[in-house]
Write a protein that binds this ligand. Structure first.
Ligand SMILES: [Zn+2]
Length: 104
């Protein structure tokens, strides 16, 4: 087990321990540089969002796509359309990767 890293964040859902071999076998994403980390706990950090500003006719116009908006960025909240929650990952520990599940 490697040393813990500090203040990583993500909007990706976790994979439970028993599903890791199946994710390695079936995930369509390229998995040639995979590391396995466990997370001790999470804290809500903010959202991924699209930011809009009104035009002269007060119609919302997209200004930024898929940007991180932390909870304390109050001046952006009125312009924010959240698409997913982002969490801080705490007490991260690296582990050895198991082999993929056998082909079904
Ligand atoms: Zn699972």
């Amino acid at each position: 087990m490697a040393a813990a890293r500090v203040d990583q964040r993500t909007n990706a859902p976790p994979v439970c321990q028993s599903c890791i071999p199946f994710a390695l076998r079936d995930c369509p994403m390229p998995l040639n540089d995979v590391t396995l980390w466990s997370v001790g706990w999470t804290e809500s950090a903010g959202v991924l969002a699209d930011l809009y500003e009104p035009d002269i006719l007060k119609r919302p116009i997209l200004q930024h796509h898929n940007v991180f908006v932390p909870w304390d960025a109050f001046k952006h909240h009125a312009d924010t359309l959240a698409t997913s929650q982002v969490v801080h990952l705490r007490d991260l520990r690296q582990h050895d990767l198991p082999g993929p599940a056998p082909e079904a």
